[in-house]
Ligand binder design. Structure first.
Ligand code: ATP
Ligand code: MG
Length: 302
């Protein structure tokens, strides 16, 4: 269990993390979502005690992580996969971590096997592809067989097979009762991975709830109505309290179900040639919720 309470980190006048409060529970995969620069990495670094909070607190299993000797046995983490000594082999890299945390060396070969790097274990990391580095980073997180695992953007650089493997791994780790906390700036990456979501924007909490609750809150149903008689139907829909956007003979209606629209049209003898319900995707829900907190917009998107 990870408990974050009123956690705040300021760099000069920049507030990177702003009074965040949430709990990450064991037995589930929790997605940590937010646009670029929203404070995900800063938060994860504070969980690990790599950054000191300006105020607030974070505990892992009821204690600040920095209080724990042999840290890798308590929390495994993949942070920046570029942050490795390129001159070392994968095996040597993991052996250093194992020694520092009193983990038996045999475990190194086990995790290399598990992440699919056994064959490349004696090659220098400098020659590794981005995806191989990610796998090595994941091996490092698994090394101490910890009950709590943090992954910062673990899917970056992985091919579709790798993405599928990582998703399966996260599910399995959670099913074993571990706490699995995974960051991403892409909703699509979390859609098939996470049970719970913590969504932030500009360092502030936007949502902390299950994936299905999140989907329900963001997804406003709309109904597409095709009719040759849009000018007759529109005032009828408005009178029922619907919102209507018109594009020629196509109306996008929110606030009324397709069944009610169909009945209304029948009662007033308006011909319909299309009646389709559309659910917003999770991606759209995420974009809508974080729209006000996107920090880096491309010029033509402003
Ligand atoms: N060492 C630092 N000094 C100054 N500002 C910093 C520092 N580290 C982070 N920031 C700022 O804090 C904010 C949050 O950064 P952070 O890296 O935590 O975001 P993120 O959500 O991980 O983004 P991304 O999706 O791009 O990885 C950004 O505005 C960033 O510029
Ligand atoms: Mg980051």
């Amino acid at each position: 269990m990870i408990e974050v309470r009123e956690l705040t980190k300021r760099y000069g006048s920049t507030t990177a993390v702003d009074a965040l409060t949430f709990t990450v529970r064991p037995g589930l995969v929790t997605g940590f979502l937010g646009p670029n620069g929203s404070g995900k990495s800063t938060t994860l670094r504070m969980v690990l005690g790599l950054h000191t909070p300006t105020s607030g607190s974070v505990t892992v299993g009821g204690r600040p992580f920095v209080d724990r000797p042999r840290g890798l046995r308590h929390v495994g983490a993949l942070l920046d996969a570029g942050d490795m000594h390129g001159g070392r082999t994968a095996r040597a890299h993991l052996a250093v971590l194992a020694r520092g945390n009193r983990i038996p060396l045999a475990r190194v070969d086990e995790v290399l096997e598990e992440v699919g790097l056994a064959g490349a274990a004696r090659r220098r990391i400098a020659g590794y592809s981005l995806g191989m580095r990610q796998r090595l980073g994941i091996a490092g997180a698994l090394l101490g067989d910890p009950p709590v695992l943090l992954f910062d953007e673990p899917l970056n650089g992985l091919d579709p097979e790798g993405v599928k493997w990582v998703r399966g791994l996260f599910r399995r780790l959670a099913a074993e009762g571990r706490t699995v906390f995974v960051s991403s700036h892409l909703m699509t990456e979390m859609e098939h991975t996470a049970d719970e979501l913590v969504v932030i924007g500009r360092g502030e909490l936007i949502a902390a709830e299950s994936l299905s609750e999140f989907a329900a809150r963001g997804a406003r149903l709309s109904v597409t109505v095709g009719t040759p008689d849009a000018s007759a139907l529109t005032p009828l829909l408005l009178a029922e309290g619907a919102e209507v956007a018109r594009d020629g003979g196509l109306l996008t209606v929110t606030g009324l179900s397709a069944a009610r629209i169909g009945r209304l049209a029948l009662e007033h003898r308006v011909l319909l040639d299309q009646l389709t319900t559309r659910t917003a995707s999770l991606e759209e829900a995420f974009m809508e919720l974080t729209a006000d907190s996107v920090e880096y917009l491309a010029g033509d998107a402003r």
